[in-house]
Design a protein around this ligand. Sequence first.
Ligand code: GLV
Ligand code: MN
Ligand code: MN
Length: 400
Amino acid sequence: MARLDELARVGAIEGGGVCRLALTDADKAGRDLVVSWMTELGLAITTDRIGNVIGVRPGAQPGPPVMIGSHIDTVATGGRYDGNLGVLAGLEVVRVLDEHDVATTHAIAVGFFTNEEGARFAPDMMGSAVHQGALALDDCLAAVDRDGLRVGDELERIGYAGDTECGDVRARAFVELHIEQGPVLERDGIAIGAVDSVQGISWTELSVEGVSNHAGTTPMSMRHDAGWVAAEMTTFVRDLANELGGSQVATVGVIDLGPNLINVVANRARMTIDLRNTDDDILREAERRTFAYADEIAEAEGVSLSRRTLARFAPVTFCAEVVDMVEAVATEQGHSVTRMPSGAGHDAQMFAPNCPAGMIFVPSRGGISHNVNEHTDPDQIEAGANVLLEVVLRLATEAN
Ligand code: GLV
Ligand code: MN
Ligand code: MN
């Protein structure tokens, strides 16, 4: 809890939240602090070429570590727990094992992965995706933010362009403790979520080019209004998500209009669409209908429209043995527990295809996250960290 408080002071914003967008000066300061803690704990630290930092505590046998990991970058209006909890709970696991002189068969590692949030550079889960071979290193180093700054240059600038090849520190298994970021655990009065899956994520940027003209003189029938197209798409995806039902969600989080003046028809719109579903077939259907409608209204309005995929990750199922283990350990420790999917993306999903991986959720007050008011009580955090400790111990002492 002390480390969570201290890390939350780096990039602190009004209301108790945090702004540590990936690869900014604040992210560097947060990284430096966590690396200093890893050093104090005697971990063998490597930084790879996409800036992932991994500290290893050796085991009795050689071979890949059981990895505990998450991220310490935040959205611009972030809270203090999203990502940070998983990394700092990992450090606490190491400290507890050290204090009790516990040697494990297999090594244990704690890692934080670059740009999980995707709020500055797309896609999200960038560092863990490159680490696990789901995305190409060079494509990600070339990704730019809204100001045209490159991931590769920003990594160099903050001193985290490491020389270890991505994926050199392999994971024998991967476990991530995270806040739920949704309302289910609190609503149902349950302490621990045994996360069994992560829903698919589709991020698209639409750019619309119309014609700016006088707001007073241009007849409605003669407009080529990029702002109207953006507004129409916003309501379309919301209606579509309601119609599809189930886990389908749809969000327009960014609309930039140009020239952005009261009495000028907008000639430019840049907007983002975030679609998610646990069922990839329905997610594809949502994408198909969204893109078809965008083309249809662009043509009707006489504007041009281009589309760019910013992120596309299929739904992921976590390893049944790890999910069972989280559930069993939580029950043995006297906690209520339920299996649940994750609505948010996480680093653990990138590991899931390649090694046994799983996640532990703890409740989020009011279901609030990506918001300065994100909160989880200390006793809820303690419960999650104890489940993490025991799960990691079991995985790190398994015979093979
Ligand atoms: C990452 O936090 C995401 O799910 O958008
Ligand atoms: Mn997160
Ligand atoms: Mn997040």
